[in-house]
Ligand binder design. Structure first.
Ligand code: ADP
Ligand code: MG
Length: 701
């Protein structure tokens, strides 16, 4: 086969042509033969099984039904005509619908003859319907039945509207195999193939598209999943090795005055063992000659801030500046104030830079950064602006990293000639599985222990109908001197409505908790930063007992006296968000509570989320459930979901394969770091092809 065969532009494939090629490109991202070959079926349909109409579910699944058309009519609509056929079997009736090709269908379909129809089920009102079904006379169908396992390819509305049905995709695939004679270059080494008893690449590709039987299909899936994860791991691991070899780190050789003074005189509590362990790990990194790129995971309240501070002091001890970035202004403020308090009279020069820093202050600050008069800069995204130049930035710490995109990380990277050490802190516990594939190029530290004396937060679920009781409970807690958060959802898509909910809520709370006995703060995204801070401050100081807010308070805010978290419309929040919110309480010595308020109608998934919250406080457990419910893309936030466009493997379900792949990738790079051995040439070749085609996504670019 011509080595560039797979690079052939897709319009060259017989049966495709420019129009279809256009749709394939925009809808499925298919530009070349290779792309088409790697369009893997989502699932397979057992075309030996048939549904009855009364068994249908509005599941969006593709099904196969035997029945007859008893009636056909044209329905006029505003946006054109539609052809509707009544299709019946002995258990009921449904509709078949066509939006085009009416003439052909009217002329060719036979009334009252048994057909097998196949397509996606939808429900309109009380009727099930199937749009543009594949149809075959039962008599023909019985003669055929060549492929029992029919692949179902990803589909979009536009694809089917343009006539690129599953059947058409299958035909294209056939054509591709015809032109290539089904021969594709092997991309794994003999060793790996033999050790894992994998089927060859050509066999795997054939059976993934045209499975001969279940067993071969399973073997092919395994092989392709392994391969996909293997190359991802190969990239991640070699990147990490390269970084350690090549990227010289700024030397932090000594522990000096700042660190020691703080440790001996300013540390307000004993560090937990987990904190000590992590600081040690980081110190080892900083002392090596390589650049540190470390992810620090620790559940909310586990005490990441003090770790960050001590690392920044280390930077200063070695003559470097440090910066700490937070995703919101409130949080940056809080960090700034918290650090100031911790540092006391140590003489550390620290400044705050956020969107609302005044221009005059800013200019001064820029100067001080450049001439080295500032030791620590705390701030928001504003820190990343080009104008902000450090004299010698040695350590950059990013708090709550899931709010920052990868691009932003790489921006920090370019601030200096030599890259600063980077510490990324996250309170969204990332399941190990995911951490391995997402951050395989980072080192990971975990604070897996909460500071002593914390009482686990009690979490309950209450329906809106029990609001009075909940309010009474709040009043009792306030009487004991506690403070309360009430959080409302603010989801971008329904912002206006949500905002109204928040304001309505605020009003009714103001009625139920009247002044002067009760003081209420409110914080939301539409407020001016100064007003936000003012309200926040009042709550922090204990001047107000209730904080009504949107999720702006989700991240990091620390008010130890607040012991009750009420989450309104809790069913609308994702699990990790609920967990984050809950983490705002339980920070003091008192028993804390989290009350999840919901309406009475709950989806199954929402029920699972609520149950999980009630059952456990363990962030890692919650993250695992979340990952299962939502998939990795959502978990990490849309910014990063692009990193997870795996074609066939699933990080959650294929956890075992991932481990195997990682093991073999490590093994390979240990034995043959440059992939020079002859037996590894197929891997080298495939790998460089993938890099060329940018098939493997990059991390820090
Ligand atoms: P997070 O990991 O969520 O950022 P913080 O750093 O804000 O957590 O710490 C939460 C609270 O726990 C703070 O009030 C902090 O002062 C306190 N804290 C941190 N470490 C310890 C410790 N070792 N012992 C007691 N309290 C601690
Ligand atoms: Mg924090």
């Amino acid at each position: 086969m011509n080595p560039n065969f797979l690079q052939t532009p897709i319009p060259y494939l017989k049966g495709v042509g420019p129009n279809r090629a256009d749709v394939l490109r925009t809808e499925l991202g298919i530009e070349t033969y290779r792309d088409l070959l790697h369009l893997f079926p989502n699932r397979y349909l057992d075309r030996t099984s048939y549904y009855k109409i009364n068994q249908l579910q509005p599941s969006g699944a593709d099904v196969q039904i035997v029945g007859k058309i008893v009636h056909i009519k044209t329905v006029e609509q505003k946006r054109g005509k539609r052809l509707v056929a009544t299709f019946v079997d002995e258990t009921g009736q449904m509709e078949l619908v066509w939006f085009r090709s009416h003439k052909w269908i009217r002329e060719n379909l036979k009334l009252n003859e048994p057909y097998v129809v196949f397509g996606r089920i939808a429900r309109y009102g009380s009727n099930f319907s199937m749009a543009h079904p594949e149809m075959e006379l039962l008599s023909e169908h019985q003669k055929g039945l060549k492929i029992a396992m029919q692949p179902i390819y990803p589909s979009t509305e536009k694809l089917s509207a343009k006539g690129i049905t599953n059947r058409v995709l299958g035909k294209m695939m056939q054509q591709l195999f015809l032109e290539s004679k089904g021969q594709f270059p092997e991309s794994l080494s003999k060793n790996i193939l033999e050790e894992l008893k994998l089927v060859s690449k050509s066999e795997a590709l054939f059976n993934i598209h045209f499975p001969k039987n279940q067993e071969l299909l399973a073997k092919s899936q395994f092989r392709l999943k392994f391969e996909e994860l293997f190359f991802v791991q190969l990239q991640l691991i070699s990147k990490k090795l390269l970084r350690k070899l090549k990227i010289k780190g700024l030397p932090f050789n000594q522990v000096g005055e700042y660190f020691n003074t703080f440790f001996q005189h300013h540390l307000p509590f004993q560090l937990t063992n987990a904190q000590k362990k992590v600081i040690k790990e980081i110190r080892t990194d900083l002392g090596s000659n390589a650049q540190m790129n470390r992810l620090l995971q620790g559940d909310v309240g586990s005490g990441k801030t003090i770790v960050a501070l001590m690392c920044m002091l280390l930077a200063m001890d070695n003559g470097f500046q440090a910066c700490l970035m937070a995703p919101t202004e409130i949080l940056a403020n809080q960090h700034y104030n918290g650090l100031k308090e911790l540092l006391g009279n140590m003489g550390v020069k620290m400044a705050l830079l956020t969107g609302s820093t005044k221009k005059s202050e800013r200019t001064l600050l820029h100067n001080q950064l450049e001439n080295g008069n500032l030791n620590i800069l705390v701030g928001t995204h504003a820190v990343l602006e080009d104008k902000v130049q450090f004299k010698n930035l040695g350590l950059a710490i990013i708090d709550e990293q899931h709010r920052f995109g990868v691009a932003q990380r790489s921006k920090l990277w370019h601030k200096n000639e030599l890259p600063p050490h980077i510490l990324v802190m996250t309170a969204t516990p990332i399941p190990r599985t995911l951490a391995m594939s997402l951050y395989g190029d980072l080192d990971i530290s975990v604070i897996d222990e909460l500071p002593p004396g914390r009482k686990p937060i009690k979490t309950v679920h209450r329906f809106d109908s029990n609001r009075l009781k909940v309010f009474q409970f709040i009043k009792d807690e306030i009487k004991k001197g506690r403070q309360v958060y009430m959080v409302y959802p603010l989801i971008q898509e329904s912002e206006a409505l949500d905002f109204k909910d928040l304001m309505d809520g605020y009003e009714s709370i103001s009625r139920d908790f009247p002044m002067p006995e009760y003081q209420i703060s409110i914080v939301h995204g539409k407020m001016k930063p100064a007003d936000k801070d003012y309200e926040m401050e009042r709550f922090v100081k204990g001047e107000t007992q209730i904080m009504v807010a949107t999720t702006v308070i989700e991240v990091g805010v620390n008010v130890p006296n607040a012991s009750v978290m009420i989450i309104e419309s809790a069913e609308r929040f994702g699990l990790s968000q609920l967990h984050q919110l809950r983490g705002r309480v339980g920070r003091g010595a008192e028993q804390s509570f989290c009350i999840l308020m919901t309406g009475s109608k709950l989806s199954e998934e929402a029920k699972t989320r609520l149950q999980t919250m009630v059952q456990t406080n363990d962030g890692f457990e919650i993250a695992e459930v979340d990952l299962k419910l939502r998939g990795p893309g959502d978990l990490m936030g849309t910014q990063q979901s692009g990193l997870l466009h795996l074609k066939i493997a699933d990080i959650v379900k294929d956890n075992q394969i991932l481990k195997t792949a990682r093991y073999h990738a490590l093994q390979l790079l240990k034995e043959d770091p440059r992939l020079e051995k002859e037996e590894n040439l197929p891997i080298l070749y495939a790998y460089s092809k993938m890099m060329q085609n940018k098939e493997i996504w990059g991390y820090i670019s």
